[in-house]
Design a binder for this molecule. Structure first.
Ligand SMILES: *Cc1c(COP(=O)(O)O)cnc(C)c1O
Length: 449
């Protein structure tokens, strides 16, 4: 089997995600034969360093011997069972472990099988909670500008990335979108905390005036990933938690991308010392092995659904693969790896290396900003640095970086004009410096004209 042979078969039958399929007339796809550690290998023996953790899911590398062994053991015992009326050890053990690790007060785990579904669960649960309490006028959700919470219709409705949302706008429920705390928007001389506090006034205003209709505010703590790795100060989360309490509004923390150590702490909410009413987790949850998601919530919310069947207050949401044993076992193995070594401590070192490796790009005439939160480091290109004027999106400058990186043996898939490193935690400092060199070359090429 060659790369070309598999690509032609693919192009005859597969429709790829997040892709204009016509692009593949000129942009070859990369058929991957195997993965090991940070590396992906194609059918011709070319290797690609997975600098974006295969869309932010992989934490400890591909084909990790320990996770593989755990999965093999699980396979010989139980691959799947319905989770209504039945249970199994991996889902119980995983829930116990998550309750211990999550911010205090999150004592209940509701499972789904992908991130968007977890967001749907949290939205429905919040609405349903208030309905069970007789507050049927609470039907609306507040989200931040530039937010991303997934692609299903409910999740799209509380997102704000035009590229994904605009087409489907007529199908979506109307959410309330408020300006976000993004530090990129700071005025000269303003700190990230100051811009966050300034922007919080708009949120406070909405909550104060519309609390009676609002079920929940949904946010991505600290980093808006799909929105271009935009970052903000934790003070915003602290204020938001207090305001939600004051106005009897739920807080949904979507840590699908930032959970499990990406921002420096195990969960990003920890950096604001706050507990959300719903914590959505997926992506890194299984170490990048299998689709699984969970919504963690409080005993008080759980209790509002707990009653005689005839009262019809139960949360009847389900997915066929809810709490799949193999996926839960992969998640347990992933948590074992966190327990066995000081992953967060090691990441602090790696994060420092990433910062140093990219620092000089700050002086590039077309780099608006180099920013970093823990194990996420991003470089944003602009046409006009002084006035922060972006390149026209039609020019697809990020694509030039992507192509260059593939040629050099790295998978660096930018988000528009934002390139970023979000590597597996087993990357070495040398590999980080090598990626930074590739990125530097790519940026030179992408901004040459
Ligand atoms: C990826 C992502 C989702 C959606 O998860 P899927 O598994 O792709 O459906 C939701 N929220 C955030 C913050 C994400 O990064």
């Amino acid at each position: 089997m060659s790369n070309n042979a598999l690509s032609s078969r693919d192009l005859a039958v597969v429709w790829h995600p997040c892709t204009q399929m016509k692009d593949h007339e000129s942009l070859p796809m990369i058929p991957i034969r195997r993965g090991e550690g940070v590396w992906l290998e194609d059918f011709e023996g070319h290797r690609y360093l997975d600098a974006i953790s295969s869309w932010w899911v992989n934490l400890f590398g591909h084909a990790h011997p320990y996770i593989n062994a755990c999965l093999q053991e699980q396979l010989s015992q139980l691959e799947h069972v319905i989770l209504a009326g039945f249970t199994h050890e991996p889902v119980v053990a995983l829930s116990e472990r998550l309750v211990k690790l999550a911010p205090p007060g999150l004592t209940r785990c509701f499972y789904a099988d992908n991130g968007s579904s977890a967001v749907e669960v949290a939205l429905k649960m919040s609405y349903h909670f208030f309905r069970n309490q007789g507050q049927t006028q609470k039907t609306r959700f507040v989200c931040l500008q530039n937010s991303y919470h997934g692609e299903t219709l409910g999740a799209l409705a509380v997102g704000d990335v035009a590229l994904y949302k605009e087409t489907y706008q007529p199908l979506l429920m109307q959410s309330i979108t408020v300006p976000g705390p993004d530090c990129f928007d700071r005025e000269p001389g303003e700190s990230c905390a100051e811009v966050a506090l300034r922007r919080f006034e708009a949120m406070e205003q909405v909550l104060a005036t519309q609390a009676e209709q609002i079920c929940a505010v949904i946010i991505e703590p600290l980093v808006q990933c799909a929105g271009g790795m935009r970052m903000y100060d934790p003070i915003y989360l602290t204020r938001l938690r207090k305001a939600c309490d004051r106005y009897n509004i739920h807080l949904i923390a979507d840590e699908i991308a930032v959970g499990f150590g990406r921002t420096g702490s195990l969960f990003a909410c920890e950096q604001a010392a706050m507990t959300p009413d719903y914590l959505c987790l997926s992506k890194g949850l299984t170490g990048g092995y299998l689709p699984l998601s969970v919504v963690m919530t409080t005993e008080a919310i759980f209790a509002a659904f707990y009653d005689e069947y005839q009262k019809l207050t139960a949360f009847l949401h389900s997915h066929s693969y809810t709490g799949n044993p193999l996926a839960c076992r992969a998640a347990l193995a992933t948590l074992d790896l966190f327990a066995q070594t000081d992953v967060l401590g090691h990441n602090r070192h790696l994060a420092q290396v990433m910062g140093e490796a990219l620092r000089d790009l700050q002086d590039h005439p077309h780099v608006a900003e180099v920013r970093q939160t823990g194990m996420i480091a991003a470089v944003e290109l602009v046409k006009d640095k002084a006035r922060k004027i972006p390149y026209p999106w039609q020019e697809r400058r990020g694509l030039r970086i992507y192509r260059h990186a593939l040629q050099r043996g790295a998978l660096l898939r930018p988000l528009g004009a934002v390139s970023y490193l979000m590597p597996p935690y087993i990357i070495t400092p040398e590999q980080i410096h090598w990626l930074a060199d590739i990125l530097r070359e790519g940026i030179t090429l992408a901004t040459a004209d």
